[in-house]
Structure formats: C-alpha cells, structure tokens
Unconditional design. Structure first.
Length: 599
C-alpha cells in the first residue's frame, strides 16, 4: 500500500505522531488506513511492539487478511486481536494464575455455562442468570433488577425475586466462586478483574511493568464500543506513555447492553490532542448515504465516493402484515435489481425477527438436545443463509451434547467446553472436528425423525473414539442422550434446509457489507420500558438511543439496494421521516411483491 492509495484524511491517521481520535463514517476505508499505519509503525519499532485491537473476531480477521503476506508483523512483541483477548492475555491471566493457581479458560458469556443459571422457589419463573448481578471489588454479588429480562417472568415473579434478593445473591456468590476456582471466566468478569487490579496500588505496578516493556502504541478499532473498563485501560495505557490511536463512529455504538458508553468515549476522545474525520463513503449509494445521515446523531455528513456513487436506486420502503411476506418480497425486489439471493441479507435487531424473516429456526425456538442439535448444525453449516455466529453456536451445542455423554454423569456444569475437555483429557480440536464431521456427513433430507436418530446413534457407535483421543462413551448413555425429537421440532428443523437468504442480527454483520440489505422493523416495541416511546419515535424526534443506532448500522451495510420492511402499523411514520429527511424513497406493499416472483 502506498501513500497514493490513501486520501488526505486517511494519511492523517497513518502519519500522526501524537494521540489521535478519528471519527469515520460507514465505508470510510478506516480498516485500510489502520492497516497502513500498523504496517508502518511495526517497521519503525525494533524493541517494543504495536497492538491493533478491535471488538469482533470478524474485524480482526479482516485486519489480518489486509496485511497480506506480512505475517511477520503478527509476531511478538506486536499483537493483533480483540480487545477482550488483549485484556485476557496481558492484564488478567498473569494475576489470575497467581491468585487461583489455575490457568483461566475464557468464555464469551455465562450463557455458555449451564451452572451459571439457578432456580429459585418462585412460581411461574425461569432460571436466575449470573449476568443479572453486579459485583464489587471483593466479588460480592448485588442483584441488579434492571438487568432481569422479560424471559424471567411477569411482574409478580420479579417482585418475589426482589424479596428473595439476599438468597439469590448468596447463590450467585457461591456459583461465581466455584466457576473462578475451576478457571472459568466470562469476558465480563475478565474486564471487571482488570479494572479492579489496575485500581489496586499493589497490583497496578506489576501490570505496568509488563505492558510498558511490551508496547509503544495501541491502535483501537471501533472505539465507540468501549465500556467503562476498556476506557479505564486506555487511560492507563495513555498514562504509561503508550500512544493511543482511536478510530470509530459514535453512531455505531450498539453494545450498550454490554456496557458500552458512547458518551464517555466521546469525552475520552476529546482529551486526545489530534482529531480528524473520514467522511467519504466508499461503500454506499447516494440514497443510502442520505438514509444514514437521517439516523445519525453526531455532526457529520457523509459523501458517496465509491463505485456505488452512480447508483440511482432509491430506498425501498415495503409495508408488510405478516413476517412470511418478507422473504418472497425481498427476493422479488432483488431479482428486479439484478441481485442474486447470495447478494442479499435480511437484518433485524432481534435474532428471532431476522431468522423468521429468512425462514431459519432460531436457537430460542426450542431446546437443542441430542439429535436435534446434530440435525440443526448440519443444516446451518451447509447453508449460506446462516452467519458465522449462528454456525458456531450450532456446533457448540453438538459438542456440549457429546460431552454430556462422555462425562458419564460427572458434575462438570461449572466448566466451559474447553475446561471439560481438559478435565477429561480430551483434545478439544478433535472434539470440534467430530462435531463438524458428524453434522456435515448426516443429512436430514427425506428422512423421518426416527430414521435420522438411528443414523446419528449408528454413526457415533462406529466412531474410533480412542483414535481421536476421546474417551469412549457408554453406549447406553449415547442412546439416551441422542433420542429423536418430537414431530413439531423435526418439522421446524427440516424447513430450514430451504432457506435461500442469510438472516442475521445487525450486531452479527457489523463491519461487513452486502450489495442488497433488507432491514426488518417489526411491530412496535418499546425502546424504554418506562415509556411508550419506540425506536421510530427516537428517530422522528432526533433522540439518541441504542435502538436508533442499530437501524443506522443495519442500513449502512448496503451498497446499492436498501429495503426497509416495516410492519403496517408504523410504515406511515417511517415514510414521513424519510420524506422530511429528503431521502429518495419508493413505497411498496409486500403482498403484491411476493406474488410477482417468477415460478
């Protein structure tokens, strides 16, 4: 990459010699510029390293691929990875081993660990989740009722939970202690431990010495996704004299549910001496850029500057009554604009809305046990209609079902999948290979649930378990764990094999782009449980909210064709907003569109 490949604004990012904050619109070429800086700085530093961190594995993979054959830059003392992996490796693991005498195994969330949920003696309620608790610097739990979601139960159940607060907090304390002693650490707890240790006068010098000797600069991608703990870490690094180059778009801050704090990120950015903006959108058409501007809260106006700048398609506003109208209408419009099904993605804030629109079963639709987990994983791995996160979750469910059998009744509920493999002496890579190979080898096509269940059991009985360094399971437990699902579940699993279009949450495709995007806005939902205001009210009234930013991120994934599938109860409101914002738009009905598909 040469200087001639970069715009003047991108060159500021590459060449800055002070702490820098870069505000970048969607499609601004920020990854390209960051990689150019990373390659430049790693070639200049010969003793200490440069770190480039982002918030998703997909973003990290993109950075690595952009580095081409320069694999030397990934070696120590440099680092390329997620912010969480940076925290795990350089801040938490050294002290965790000292305190707990076990190497930590990190999990993305407590939802991966069965024992991180527990029952309370409350009628008509679901399990209590460890993620609903806050912890102090001595890791004592406090129940945060604001985190208790609607899945737990009705208002009466929540009132009972609050009355039993001390009992729930005691259980949470006991469970967290057992998890940590087993070496199982969620990303949330890892960030919290890092903050605790950095604020401690005894431990901060230990970490300071390790970090100062390792790094001279940290480049932060998607800085708007930082929460309190990440900002504490960035301030710590800055105070050590390590240069911070922070790049992001505050309007793409869609992780407040994971404690992202865009207002505090903005304040942190204001403390950095240099600032620049990247406003050229090399991805999207003028109509989509206008849509983006209508949703943006920060002061920035983007310009269509890339291959799609000459695209004259308006934004398509499609009114629908039932979710099953969305996919046929999307396929019809894509065909009219010469886009293949593989060019199209259907997005929504909620996974269930996106999956339903694309005709894919969601993980929340039913329990994924035994044979159902194998069948579902096979369909999702073969289909181009599922995103990487969905496929990964499907394989994890197969792995967990296999480990339940192999563990032969042993209580390993407090451990991550990796921790269980260590406990049982299993090669985790072999287990994953077995789960993937099983899923892609066995097909549900033209098979009854009992036929497929027999195939699964026969396949596992024939597996050379010992050759895979996996304990041979008791065959009677194998039969009990992998039983045929009921008929309704089987029908829903089988229906997925016909899915043509990828369905995903907006969060699942952040950082990606597609020629055509269908953004689903379902029946009105409250963006704030204490009021009747919806995300569309936030948009109409110019109120900044995470739900509004989710719409912005979803629409800005589109290059040429953006379709807004809006439920009939609120399509008129969206039409008025777009008209007022001078967004080129055409309004259509989903029903006639679905009937226009060629046979």
């Amino acid at each position: 990459m040469t200087d001639s490949d970069l715009t003047e604004a991108q060159r500021v990012l590459v060449e800055a010699d002070e702490n820098l904050f870069v505000a970048a619109c969607p499609g601004a070429g920020k990854t390209r510029a960051m990689v150019a800086r990373f390659l430049k700085r790693t070639s200049e530093e010969h003793r200490r390293g440069v770190a480039l961190v982002s918030f998703t594995n997909a973003a990290v993979d993109e950075v690595r691929s952009r580095c081409g054959d320069r694999t030397d830059v990934f070696k120590a003392p440099n680092f390329v990875g997620t912010f969480d992996s940076f925290i795990h490796r350089f801040l938490v693991t050294p002290l965790f081993v000292k305190f707990y005498k076990v190497h930590p195994r990190y999990v993305q969330s407590w939802s991966e660990i069965p024992s991180a949920k527990f029952r309370m003696d409350i009628s008509r309620s679901a399990d209590v989740n460890l993620k609903w608790f806050d912890f102090d610097d001595r890791l004592r739990a406090t129940l945060n009722m604001a985190k208790v979601d609607r899945s737990f139960g009705d208002a009466a159940a929540k009132k009972q939970l609050e009355e039993l607060r001390s009992v729930a907090e005691g259980r949470a304390n006991w469970i967290l202690g057992k998890l940590l002693r087993a070496g199982t650490v969620s990303c949330d707890i890892a960030r919290f431990l890092a903050e605790i240790w950095l604020s401690n006068d005894n431990y901060r010098p230990i970490i300071s010495g390790l970090i100062r000797s390792r790094f001279t600069e940290v480049i932060v991608d998607e800085v708007q996704d930082c929460g309190r703990e990440e900002l504490v870490i960035l301030e710590f690094l800055r105070d050590l004299g390590i240069r911070i180059v922070a790049v992001g778009d505050l309007d793409q801050a869609i992780y407040e549910f994971r404690d992202a704090t865009p207002a505090e990120v903005k304040a942190f950015g204001a403390t950095l001496p240099l600032r620049t903006e990247l406003v050229d959108n090399w991805r999207s058409s003028p109509a989509i850029c206008a849509f983006n501007d209508s949703l943006r809260s920060q002061v920035m106006t983007e310009r269509a500057a890339g291959p799609s700048a000459g695209t004259g398609f308006p934004v398509h506003l499609i009114r629908y009554a039932n979710p099953d109208e969305i996919l046929p209408a999307a396929l019809s419009l894509a065909e009219q604009h010469d886009a293949e099904p593989g060019d199209l993605v259907l997005l929504a804030h909620k996974r269930t809305d996106a999956m339903r629109a694309a005709g894919i079963a969601s993980s929340k639709d039913f329990s994924w046990k035994g044979v159902a987990s194998v069948a579902d994983a096979g369909i999702k791995l073969r289909s181009a209609a599922t995103d990487a996160s969905t496929r990964r979750d499907a394989i994890r469910r197969v792995e967990r079902n296999l480990l339940t059998v192999i563990a032969d009744g042993r209580d390993l509920q407090h451990m991550s999948t990796e921790g269980i493999c260590d406990e049982l002496g299993i090669d985790g890579r072999r287990l994953r290979e077995l789960a993937v190979r099983t899923a892609v080898t066995l097909s549900v096509r033209e098979k009854s649930r009992s036929q497929f269940a027999q195939e699964v059991r026969a396949y596992f009985r024939a597996v050379p378990w010992t050759d895979l360094n996996i304990t041979t399971p008791r065959l009677d437990r194998l039969g009990k764990q992998f039983q045929a699902p009921d008929e309704k579940i089987w029908e829903r699993i089988s229906a997925q094999s016909k899915a043509l279009v990828q369905g995903s949450t907006v969060h699942g495709v952040k950082g990606r782009e597609f020629r055509a995007v269908g953004l689903v806005i379902p029946k009105p939902r409250k963006s704030n449980e204490r009021s009747s205001r919806t995300v569309l009210d936030d948009w109409e009234q110019g109120l900044d909210s995470e739900a509004r930013r989710v719409l912005y991120v979803g629409g800005s994934r589109a290059q040429d064709l953006l379709m807004l599938f809006v439920h009939e109860q609120q399509s008129g409101q969206v039409g008025q907003i777009l008209k007022r914002s001078h967004v080129p738009v055409v309004q259509l009905e989903a029903g006639p569109l679905r009937n226009s598909i060629k046979p």
